[in-house]
Design a protein around this ligand. Structure first.
Ligand code: ATP
Ligand code: MG
Length: 384
């Protein structure tokens, strides 16, 4: 008898003829997640098993597996021979000494001599005969012993289902360029798109020396946290210092953010096209701040010519976004108090409903192309 981890797929099940494509991506991502451990990955029908790991590494491996999109549930199980005595030996390790329990059985191997109901009854009886303080409660048990009869005379015996990350395997839904700020929202936006199978690269705008090195480190840390879900990522940084100085010098102060956003989106689209990304992703949520009104979004959207801009958080409340940020493990980093470039030259009253004709008039005072070319010269690629 040995311990194994069972990983069951999420939505991959729905994929008809394409299933092989999704399974291969899932397998690649699982292999990557456990690459630092000594263990092996085995494919079975409808599931994967992680085998041959050291017991002390179990929790660490589960933590990694919980970040792989495409996994519906994970269970720590005992793999035994499928005769009832062996199953009972494994079940004993799961049973508590008192309280109520039930047995749930499933036969992957339909040639097994007992039906699932018979397995449950028989195992339940064996447990009751040795654990005198246990009672059966099929409706609301304190714990459940689960038996899955597999092919080749093997059975899996386990107690719990651990919730997986769900979603689709990363690498099955194209590539997006995430505009990653140092805030709470954009890492969550990247997480959401990766959950649908998208590969993510990150682009961060800074205004060094107005923003400091700690602000940059914070973004690197956020990209690292995100990369655990996205099967790696590349982080690119671009300086918008001169763009902000030019806007500050020549344009109406209340349009600072609106105009800066348009530069960011233009640079992001060009970079995305160069890198083969198929969309931009932002952490905008409707009405959250002055620049995220529908007019604000229209203004920044209108400079993006070829790619869709995906805003997976557009309909979420801040609290809902914070919950997701906590869940993905980014929140503590996101709330570190370092300046973001958007707070440099921040006007007292940013325009809430910027008008496109006014924006264009202000923008005409700037050498847009020259500033973009200069910004691109500052691009850096940071290894995550
Ligand atoms: P976040 O929490 O992601 O910073 P926010 O609520 O602070 O979002 P804004 O600052 O208005 O909102 O930014 C909206 C979106 O624009 C961000 O979610 C991000 O996608 C993008 N963005 C803003 N600032 C930057 C930046 N410095 N670098 C890259 N992208 C940025
Ligand atoms: Mg922000």
């Amino acid at each position: 008898m040995k311990q194994v981890l069972i990983i069951r797929y999420a939505e991959i099940w729905l994929k008809g003829k394409n299933r092989g494509f999704f399974e291969r991506a899932f397998e690649t991502n699982l292999t990557r997640a456990i690459k630092d451990f000594s263990c092996s990955l085995v494919k079975q029908s409808g599931r994967y098993l992680v085998c041959d790991f050291a017991e002390y590494e179990t929790e660490a491996i589960i933590d990694k597996l919980k970040k792989v999109f495409g996994a519906h549930t994970i269970s720590l199980a005992y793999e035994t021979d499928s005769d009832m005595d062996s199953i009972f030996e494994a079940a004993k390790l799961i049973c508590k000494n008192e309280g109520t329990f039930k047995v749930e059985s499933h036969r992957g191997d339909k040639k097994y001599p007992l039906t699932s109901v018979e397995i449950s009854k028989k195992l339940g009886g064996m447990i009751l005969s040795q654990f005198y303080a246990l009672k059966v409660d099929v409706h609301n048990p304190d714990f459940t012993v689960r038996v899955d009869i597999r092919e080749h005379g093997k059975a899996l015996v386990f107690g719990n289902y651990i919730e997986g990350a769900n979603g689709m395997p990363v690498g099955t839904a194209g590539k997006g360029l995430l505009l990653l700020s140092g805030g709470i929202d954009s890492p969550v936006a990247g997480y959401m798109m990766a959950k649908r199978g998208m590969k993510i690269d990150c682009l961060h705008f800074h205004s060094y020396p107005y923003t400091n090195m700690q602000a940059k480190e914070k973004v690197v840390d956020l990209a690292k946290i995100l990369s655990e879900y996205t099967c790696g990522t590349h982080l690119y940084t671009v300086s918008v210092t001169h763009i902000q100085e030019a806007i500050h010098e020549k344009c109406k102060p209340q349009l600072m953010i609106t105009l800066l956003r348009r530069f960011m989106y233009r640079i992001a689209e060009r970079h995305a096209l160069r890198m083969g990304a198929q969309c931009l992703i932002t952490g905008e949520s409707l009405g959250q701040v002055a620049s995220q009104t529908i007019e604000g979004m229209t203004s920044s959207n209108s400079v993006v010519e070829q790619l869709p801009v995906l805003r997976p958080l557009v309909g979420f409340d801040k609290n809902e976004i914070i919950d997701k940020s906590v869940k993905m493990g980014a929140y503590e980093t996101s709330i570190l108090p370092f300046e973001d470039c958007c707070t440099v030259f921040l006007p007292d009253f940013p325009a809430i409903r910027p008008k496109l004709d006014e924006i264009m008039r202000e923008e005409a005072k700037l050498d847009v192309e020259g500033l973009i070319t200069e910004a691109f010269a500052s691009i850096e690629k940071i290894k995550i």
